[in-house]
Design a protein around this ligand. Structure first.
Ligand code: HEC
Ligand code: HEC
Length: 583
């Protein structure tokens, strides 16, 4: 009689299963034992862990290091052996190779850094093996705790390159049907902005939100290749352990999973991604296009549509729509503006809900007015009149007094250099976040006001100022859109209202408050200074390009050098802190 409890026999059975599975047709996956801990790596692994990882993941790996409370999502608690990004089946341990890839590339959208920038291969393999020893509820050395590597098929369209373009529209359309049928929208929202369900929790009891598919660079499993549909196929096939994200391996055939992935992927705008921050590179210059006649006050007018709504266009200036066809009007670019939490002052635990805005601008000679369309993704809005949602455009109040590249302090200015804010505050009418998102969106109860700042403690609403208007606004499918208008110049009795000039580079920055997250006053998401220019009607691209490149370069340098230094510093000390923004 064979005692099947005997380890040796079990091993043999597993081996047989592995061998057998090699002979099986595609679509069936191979059972194998987990990758055992490599004992000879543990000494180095422990060293690396206590230098680099302990700050977030804690001494015992319980996800409770000194930085943990500040972070959302929180650092992983390793003790249960629950790992999100795997090639193995739902609920199973990951392969060692999965963990190595994770540690190398980090988990974008969370504080987990891409360690490939800071550690060598040997250190990464070693620290991964050490992490495996922190798992208590399961055992990587237990051959009976088998893992099944999933069958992911292969990319049917052989897309490559940074943007993975070239998937036929037909496949994308079919993917959309698969999306509807499988109710991904219950969590991810009707247009994929993650606005489907405000009440989800992860396995550790912390609130969690569904991924925003239109910001694929924040996918935890994007592996620094955010436009690659494989990453989505992997997620749908394996689920994300520890989260409400299920696997769909039974419900959806592998062919259909690729089509679904193509659809999800098609929603993400093709922006150039900065390798270090894993986010799109900012568009530091917001050109305001000169408009013949008046500007449309309806945001849905084609005048406001931009080809970045079309994922196939990667470079705006090259697109056919850049020139607006017959009338030879230039269409404005939709600019990506990064935001960060303001934590120079006040509560350091504060983390904002929104980390970017899109800004599009037009101006009209006839109306002597400028328009800014500000758009951002926000999964859930406030319902509390005491904590409204808000967004603002910040200007130096006295442009004419600034020399060269001088700018006011970027958070509400300072006593020598005041700022002028155009601000919109709003609540959505009849809004309830637990309802399925309304297809045609919500109207906003919105009002504009103007603010002067000469520092943190000196922020004053301009009581009788009324030149700034919101001419259109809405909240729809997880996206806020606000169209600001102001005349280029104003009466300006006290000299504290910005006076706009044409053909001049003017500093501008943006602020945003999420009411539901109780963001208020200095608790906000904020950008660094960008530049805007009201372009002349006849483009002189050669002259402008040179100047524009200079300005953009200066802006980029400031921000990127700062980001790089900050990131390097944080990660080499092992601490992810949000430090002050550059001035
Ligand atoms: C700045 C904080 C921080 C540091 C330092 C850090 N991590 Fe993480 N780590 C996180 C966060 C946050 C998560 C969870 C993100 C999520 O689940 O969305 C995470 C998750 C993980 C996971 C789980 C991956 C998965 O698929 O679920 C692994 C493995 C990991 N970290 C390994 C490491 C290693 C190894 C180091 C040191 C070399 C390290 N981390 C350092 C913040 C950090
Ligand atoms: C029950 C809710 C729920 C359903 C249904 C759901 N998801 Fe998710 N999904 C989530 C959550 C929650 C996350 C984010 C997990 C995290 O942040 O760790 C997520 C994350 C993702 C991600 C990002 C993965 C990554 O690497 O970060 C993708 C892609 C995704 N889901 C695709 C889908 C598709 C496609 C469907 C439908 C077939 C679907 N989801 C259905 C809850 C859901």
């Amino acid at each position: 009689m064979i005692n099947i409890e005997q380890k040796g026999v079990k091993r043999l059975l597993v081996l047989l299963a592995v061998t057998a599975s090699l002979l099986l047709p595609a679509g069936v996956f191979a059972a194998q034992p987990p990758d055992a801990v490599k004992q000879d790596k543990l000494e180095l692994g422990k060293k690396v862990y206590f230098k680099r990882c302990v700050w977030c993941h804690g001494v015992q790996g319980a996800g409770d290091g000194p930085s943990a409370d500040r972070l959302f999502t929180r650092p992983r608690n390793f003790t249960q052996g629950t790992f999100k990004i795997r090639t193995t089946d739902s609920g199973e341990l990951p392969l060692e190779a999965d963990l190595i890839t994770t540690v190398k590339n980090g988990l974008p959208g969370s504080a987990m850094p891409a360690w490939g920038e800071f550690l060598n291969e040997e250190e990464i393999v070693s620290v991964v093996n050490f992490v495996k020893t922190l798992v208590q509820d399961r055992d990587f050395n237990d051959a009976e705790d088998e893992v099944n590597v999933q069958d992911f098929g292969s990319n049917p369209w052989n897309t490559t390159g940074p943007y993975h373009l070239g998937v036929p529209q037909e496949a994308i359309d079919q993917g959309k049907e698969i999306f509807t049928k499988n109710k991904c929208w219950e969590c991810h929202g009707g247009e994929g902005r993650g606005d489907g369900n405000p009440t989800m929790k992860d396995d550790w009891g912390f609130p969690i939100v569904a991924a925003d598919w239109r910001q694929c660079w924040n996918f935890r499993g994007s592996r620094r290749d955010p436009f690659n549909p494989f990453n989505i196929v992997r997620t749908i096939s394996t689920g994300l352990n520890g989260t409400p994200m299920p696997n769909f391996r039974e419900q959806i055939t592998i062919e259909d999973r690729w089509k679904l992935a193509a659809f999800v992927n098609s929603l993400c705008p093709r922006k150039k991604i900065d390798r270090l921050t894993n986010k799109p590179i900012n568009d530091f210059l917001i050109s305001s296009e000169n408009t013949l006649g008046p500007v449309a006050k309806d945001m849905d007018d084609p005048m406001w549509s931009t080809p970045f709504d079309d994922p196939k266009v990667t470079k705006w200036e090259d697109s056919e729509e850049y020139k607006g066809g017959e009338t030879f009007q230039f269409r404005p670019r939709r600019n990506y503006v990064a935001l960060a939490g303001q934590i120079t002052r006040g509560d350091r635990n504060f983390r904002p809900m929104v980390d970017n805005l899109w800004v599009t601008s037009r101006w009209s000679e006839e109306e002597k007015a400028v328009y800014f369309l500000v758009e951002y993704h926000l999964r859930f809005l406030s319902q509390d009149p005491e904590n409204k949602d808000a967004v603002a455009i910040q200007w130096p109040a006295k442009l004419q007094d600034l020399f060269g590249a001088e700018k006011p302090y970027f958070i509400f200015g300072d006593s020598k250099k005041p700022v002028h804010l155009w601000r919109a505050k709003f609540l959505a009418k009849d809004y309830d976040p637990t309802n399925a998102p309304k297809e045609d969106g919500y109207q906003l109860d919105i009002s504009a006001d103007e603010v002067n700042g000469t520092g943190f403690d000196a922020v004053k609403v301009r009581e009788d100022a009324n030149e700034v208007e919101v001419v259109d606004s809405e909240y729809k499918q997880g996206m806020v859109r606000v169209l600001f208008k102001r005349t280029l110049t104003t009466e300006n009795a006290d000299g504290n209202e910005v006076q706009l000039e044409t053909e001049k580079f003017m500093p501008v920055s943006f602020m945003q408050w999420s009411g539901r997250n109780k963001e208020k006053d200095e608790h906000m998401a904020i950008s660094t200074w960008y530049y805007t220019i009201l372009k002349p009607s006849i483009p002189n691209s050669i002259y402008y390009n040179a100047v524009i490149m200079g300005v953009v370069f200066a802006g980029l340098q400031g921000w990127l050098v700062w980001m790089t230094k900050r990131t390097k510093k944080m990660y080499s000390s092992g601490k992810a802190r949000q430090d002050e923004l550059p001035l």
